[in-house]
Ligand binder design. Structure first.
Ligand code: HEC
Length: 198
């Protein structure tokens, strides 16, 4: 009986913890808590640094973990000031499907799902003329140039770099290339579906 009572009491003590219960006077501190100590607050003056601030700017060239963008071709679409010719992604089903999804989300409102340039925005406002991406001029663009258009925009088209990641931009380009290909032959269609082609 005693043992049971004792363990119930110690369990209650354990569960209540030291700081778990809200009390008016605060929990008992056997040793002073670390939150009360000598320290500099973010905005407080600090004579240790020449500029007298506590919060220091990171040294020039500092890159946060995971944000190093070393691969220039991948992140800018250019090498030595020239547009890269070929998309750095491997062309496979996953890339095309990602590109299709992102194109239909971000580009089709203006350029239409077929890339004709006649999306819903154009229907409402034909004078804002999104380009027809099947034009020979655009078909002849190196992949890096289309990357630049998506990233920074061009003339009346606004850049979309804050909305679309670099990888997704390249995937979109691979899908645009698929749509631009107009010399498809029956051999491109899987045999099982050839009969459905009209
Ligand atoms: C808000 C509407 C809008 C969206 C969204 C949009 N575009 Fe455009 N895009 C335009 C317009 C308008 C032009 C014509 C720009 C001009 O020539 O003044 C254009 C032009 C282009 C051109 C040709 C640029 C050139 O050099 O003439 C490409 C390539 C292009 N867009 C690709 C894309 C892709 C890929 C996406 C999706 C990631 C996209 N656009 C999203 C409106 C849009």
């Amino acid at each position: 009986m005693h043992v049971k009572l004792l363990s119930a009491v110690s369990l209650a003590l354990l569960l209540s913890g030291c700081a778990g219960i809200t009390t008016r006077s605060g929990p008992i501190e056997v040793w002073p808590d670390m939150k009360r100590q000598h320290k500099f607050r973010a905005q407080s003056a600090n004579s240790n640094f020449a500029d007298g601030r506590t919060q220091q700017l990171p040294p020039e060239g500092t890159v946060a973990v995971g944000l190093l963008k070393e691969d220039g071709a991948f992140y800018t679409g250019q090498v030595g000031g020239m547009y890269v010719g070929r998309n750095p992604l491997t062309y496979d089903k996953a890339t095309f499907e990602l590109g299709q999804k992102k194109f239909n989300t971000y580009c089709s409102p203006c350029h239409d799902r077929t890339a004709s340039g006649h999306g819903v925005v154009w229907k409402k406002l034909p004078t804002f003329a999104p380009a027809n991406l099947h034009e020979d001029r655009i078909r002849a663009y190196p992949d890096g140039e289309i990357f630049d258009v998506i990233t920074n925009g061009r003339r009346t088209m606004k850049g979309l770099k804050t909305q679309i990641t670099e990888k997704d931009r390249w995937a979109i380009i691979s899908y645009v290339r698929v749509m631009q290909r107009q010399d498809g032959v029956m051999a491109d269609v899987p045999p099982a579906q050839q009969a459905d082609v009209r």
